[in-house]
Design a protein around this ligand. Structure first.
Ligand SMILES: [Zn+2]
Length: 476
């Protein structure tokens, strides 16, 4: 075993002059020639920088999967180009994970690695013992392609060193174990992220002793084994982590030395109603099926936004945990599921549930109140009402002044209106307006309903008889 311990503590660099013969898919290859040269030797930070600068040159967005968040994207680009680790801070459901995945997409789809290596070593910069030995001593080393890596590490107070870092023992080598045996080296989650992105979800939840090990690994590129040996381990990864100030005392649970190695970017809720709607539409499950007219998108997304402090509804400052975009996404799905069951062409207010049960279904588990004198259901109902009022105002303001009288007269002549059965295509004023707000004939019933609701809420010339049934106030 003479010399083995030398590899462990030595940096090994393979160049054209000291390289073994490389075999890829059964054929000898020159990894420094042509196309293959792009898939080794570069670090994760190098790949990210090259890719971001290409996007810059083309003038395109490197993170198209993230809606809005312009300022955050700019900060992120600078941080990554300068090779930094990132800490995303913010409530759950605002896209921290999506952001980290979007960063991983900037890496090449595949890279060259030593075949059989537990951490997919670069053939020119081996980190693990067996690759160091093979590359220095063997005449032939087999290579393989490895896909881009995004390794999620879930922050867990019970996390062990073995899970996070893995097992590494020089003692076992001294006892005669083979360098390849799992007793000598078994990589944990963070080592599996070698040559890719490590995403630590809830960094603050990781025990502080583990955080110290993480810092040692990421910064000093070494680990201390339980037996006390300090082993260099030049793990190459960009470390993206997240923290949710609602679960932890802000970043107080993250150890100072680690914090000092990360750039913090706050990820908040979508800035505009339009962005909130886009996120909902992009992430909902029931993309086909009944239509979800624009006014319903606005009411539902507004209901969620009104629960967040910045929109200043009367309940917002008493909501301790605010609903995230997942509430919006689920709201879109639930009302659509209801319309699908009823075989409707487009969503109508009845799909919210008689007492807004479908809205409550999406919001109850996603918000917490700081008081108990009002129930969560009452708050949600009030938020929906507020959102319908605001959206009704928008519809009402679209009615041309000169058409108002005619529209009300048309409604009056129809008597009691069941919005799903109303025959109004020959009306002189009502139909043209409904047609102007509907995006297709499939939305006529829904558009008629929101117009009647807008007139009821904004003027009182229309009254509601039941869900989906209206009549002119004068007629009653
Ligand atoms: Zn290796």
């Amino acid at each position: 075993m003479a010399g083995v311990e030398d590899y462990l503590f030595e940096d090994v660099t393979i160049t054209e002059s000291n390289a073994p013969r490389f075999i890829l898919n059964g054929e000898e290859v020159d990894i420094w020639d042509g196309e293959l040269s792009k898939y080794h030797s570069l670090s994760v930070a190098d790949y990210l920088r090259e890719s971001l600068l290409e996007f810059e040159e083309r003038g395109t967005d490197p993170f198209p999967e993230i809606i809005g968040k312009k300022a955050e994207k700019e900060m992120l680009k600078n941080a990554l180009i300068s090779g930094s680790n990132i800490l995303f801070k913010g409530m759950k459901g605002y896209g921290k994970t999506t952001f980290s995945k979007a960063i991983a997409k900037l890496l090449p789809e595949k890279i060259l690695a030593v075949k059989g290596c537990k951490i997919n070593d670069d053939p020119t910069k081996p980190v693990c013992f067996s690759c160091k030995r093979a590359l220095l001593e063997d005449n032939e080393v087999e290579l393989t392609w490895v896909g881009r890596k995004w390794v999620r590490i879930l922050g867990d107070p019970m996390m062990t060193t073995r899970q996070l870092i893995g097992g590494l023992s020089i003692q076992k080598i001294r006892e005669g174990y083979d360098i390849d045996s799992p007793e000598v080296f078994t990589p944990g989650r963070i080592l599996k992220a070698h040559r890719g992105i490590a995403y630590v979800d809830e960094l603050g939840a990781i025990p502080s002793a583990m955080q110290t090990l993480l810092h040692e690994l990421l910064e000093e590129k070494q680990i201390t084994t339980p037996e006390g040996d300090i082993i260099p381990l030049k793990i190459d990864t960009i470390f993206i982590s997240s923290t949710n100030p609602a679960n932890y005392r802000g970043t107080a649970d993250i150890k100072e030395p680690l914090l000092d190695r990360m750039e913090e970017i706050f990820i908040g809720p979508p800035e505009t109603l339009e962005e909130e709607i886009l996120i909902g539409l992009r992430n909902m499950r029931l993309k086909d099926g009944p239509l979800l007219p624009d006014w319903h998108l606005r009411i539902l997304a507004r209901t969620v936004r009104l629960a967040r402090a910045e929109d200043g509804s009367r309940f917002a400052n008493r909501i301790e945990v605010e609903p995230s975009c997942r509430a919006t996404i689920k709201l879109f799905d639930h009302v659509k599921a209801s319309a699908l069951r009823a075989n409707r062409e487009a969503v109508i207010l009845a799909d919210y549930g008689r007492n807004y049960e479908n809205v409550k279904l999406a919001m109850r588990s996603r918000m917490e109140l700081d008081y108990e004198d009002v129930s969560k259901d009452e708050v949600i109902s009030a938020l929906v009402e507020d959102a319908i009022n605001r959206t009704s105002m928008e519809i009402y303001s679209k009615i041309p002044k000169e058409e108002f009288r005619g529209i009300v007269e048309d409604i009056s002549e129809l008597g009691e209106i069941n919005i799903e059965r109303a025959e109004f295509s020959d009306t002189e004023h009502l139909f043209p307006f409904v047609n102007s707000i509907a995006s297709s004939p499939a939305e006529y019933s829904s558009a008629l309903e929101i117009l009647l609701e807008a007139l009821r809420r904004c003027t009182g010339v229309v009254t509601k008889v039941d869900v989906g049934k209206y009549e002119c106030a004068r007629a009653g």
